[in-house]
Design a protein around this ligand. Structure first.
Ligand code: F6P
Length: 321
């Protein structure tokens, strides 16, 4: 028989993503609506190990829906990867009589859910990473906001590229995945997109630039950070094409800020779903959106599958450029 759940905990882990706060709010408000007590651990698994926590209420999650970052702070914990660290985390969950844990974060954080579940903790995950590289869900919280930030920055760079007849190499985030680069490239009419999943041929790109620049005053090359360093790409292109090149590394500007409409809507629905999953006695799973449906996906699936980049979008961006 399903034992009843009275108290849950929530934490945010890994790189911050805009919409994490809206998710904390949704989890807390919906859990309180279901008469559950809620505590939040600070700094992800690090705070769980250190027992650094706060009580979350309907009131103290007010006014955060439109704030980027995370009021619970975030961290990447090496200690949590050790048996000793995990044992401390589990002890703290027991000490607070936590019946279920909700982890908001990227793939590393979701592996934490799996590891805790394997040691008897009821835990579910909510995908939140600007990289959007988690299998089983169309969107992760933070991706849409990051994309909108990049779009607004790239249209400014395009103005300058056009005015000065320049080539620009713009580096976006994505250590292991080109999803941000592809989507930003298509949305911003980039001429070339370099991603870690597809081998880069700079000589071919340089030849093509020489042709396509006839009658064109701007060239935008988007590089995912995992594919190459923008400065290296720029140096090679300058050498090969013989034209002025400028570099812009967008960096952490992409992560924070005012969450987009989509990220807020996901936050509300993922927050509710995660609490419902715990109430149903589910564990070792993640909330996800597939098409228009909010579903749950086993963490095992996420661990064993890599999210595909969309080759069609990648090709389309180059066809339209
Ligand atoms: O959140 C994921 C991500 O944005 C990656 O694309 C990037 O490589 C990484 O975080 C950088 O994070 P940090 O500088 O915080 O270690």
């Amino acid at each position: 028989m399903l034992e009843s759940i009275k108290k849950i905990a929530v934490l945010t882990s890994g790189g911050d993503a805009s919409g994490m706060n809206a998710t904390i709010r949704a989890v807390t408000r919906y859990a309180r609506y279901k008469s559950l007590e809620v505590i939040g651990f600070y700094e992800g698994f690090k705070g769980l190990i250190k027992d650094n926590f706060t009580i979350l209420t309907e009131e103290n999650v007010g006014g955060i829906i439109d704030r980027g970052g995370t009021i619970l702070y975030s961290a990447r914990s090496q200690e949590f990867k050790t048996e000793e660290g995990m044992a401390k985390a589990i002890d703290n969950l027991k000490k607070h009589q936590i019946d279920g844990l909700i982890v908001i974060g990227g793939d590393g954080s979701l592996r934490g859910v799996h590891d805790l579940h394997a040691r008897g903790v009821r835990a579910v995950g909510i995908p939140a990473t600007i990289d959007n590289d988690i299998a089983g869900t169309d969107y992760s919280i933070g991706f849409d906001t990051a994309l909108n930030v990049i779009i607004s920055l790239l249209s400014k760079i395009r103005d300058t590229a056009f005015s000065h007849d320049r080539l620009f190499v713009i580096e976006v985030m994505g250590k292991n995945s080109g999803l941000i680069a592809i989507n930003a490239g298509l949305a911003c009419a980039a001429d070339y997109i370099l991603i870690p999943e597809i081998e880069v041929d700079l000589v071919k790109i340089a030849n093509s630039i020489r042709n396509h620049r006839k009658g064109k005053r701007h060239t935008l090359i988007i590089v995912a950070e995992g594919a190459a360093k923008a400065s290296d790409v720029a140096a090679s292109i300058k050498l090969l094409v013989g034209h002025e090149v400028r570099v812009s590394v967008l960096g952490h500007i992409q992560r924070g800020g005012f969450p987009s409409a989509l990220d807020r809507l996901l936050a509300a629905q993922f927050g509710k779903k995660s609490v419902d999953l715990l109430l149903k006695g589910e564990s070792d799973c993640m909330t996800a959106i597939q098409g228009k449906k909010i579903v749950s996906v086993p963490i095992e699936f996420i661990i064993n599958n890599r999210k595909d980049i969309s080759k069609e979008l990648f090709q389309l961006a180059h066809i339209l450029s």
